[in-house]
Design a protein around this ligand. Structure first.
Ligand SMILES: O=C(O)CCC(=O)C(=O)O
Ligand SMILES: [Fe+2]
Length: 199
């Protein structure tokens, strides 16, 4: 697996549309956002069922939205809380950048290096066929891995920095999987927000 650097925001990965903007939110402002999200979010830890066995998710999550529509993945259905003023402000920034009206934000809190998010695509049917997903990262930097579903040599990793924005759109979810792996390094909390459109 090799690392790549973005050119003008766009990552040139086959069969995908992915852009990365470090410092989308300035360093100090991003720390203010991090602290408020950490203390004010209604974090929960859900149980997921994998091949009939129940596990606690290896991270905390929360769902917020403006259309009351639930989001289902991994046999789990989350009901949205109403957007907070902070999430509305962040949504305005990503709405403009992406020329989209996002409806929903899924928040993930990775408490330490043992917390993770396994290989998946965000391809739930309520997202539509070519979903646009805007991902904001705060706090601890963590690696984001991508692998092509069919071309085994197409694997990349990208460090998602504090205050950064990653945008995935087009056929990215159809052709690629992504994950946040565990790390044995001593790491602090990371908060990730993915803005989505739920139809
Ligand atoms: O934490 C991240 O950067 C990725 C989160 C993610 O892939 C998801 O919530 O679907
Ligand atoms: Fe995802």
């Amino acid at each position: 697996m090799h690392r790549i650097g973005p050119i003008n925001g766009r990552l040139h990965l086959i069969d995908s549309e992915i852009s990365y903007f470090p410092n989308f939110i300035s360093h100090n402002e991003a720390w203010v956002v991090f602290e408020e999200l950490l203390s004010q979010t209604r974090w929960q830890q859900d149980t997921i069922k994998v091949f009939g066995k129940e596990y606690l998710q290896p991270r905390l999550t929360s769902l917020y939205g403006n259309n009351g529509k639930p989001y289902s993945y991994s046999n789990l259905t989350m009901q949205p809380h109403s957007f907070t003023p902070l999430l509305i402000d962040l949504k305005k920034l990503v709405d403009i950048k992406c020329n989209t009206h996002f409806t929903t934000c899924l928040l993930n809190l990775y408490r330490n290096g043992k917390d993770s998010n396994g290989w998946h695509a965000d391809n739930e049917k309520e997202l539509g066929s070519r979903p646009i997903i805007a991902s904001l990262s705060f706090g601890q930097e963590r690696f984001f891995h991508l692998k092509h579903r069919k071309l085994v040599s197409e694997r990349y990793k990208l460090l998602l920095e504090h205050g950064s924005l990653l945008i995935m759109s087009g056929d990215t979810q159809k052709n690629w999987l992504h994950q946040i792996p565990k790390t044995s390094r001593l790491v602090k909390e990371r908060i990730n927000l993915t803005f989505r459109v739920i139809q």
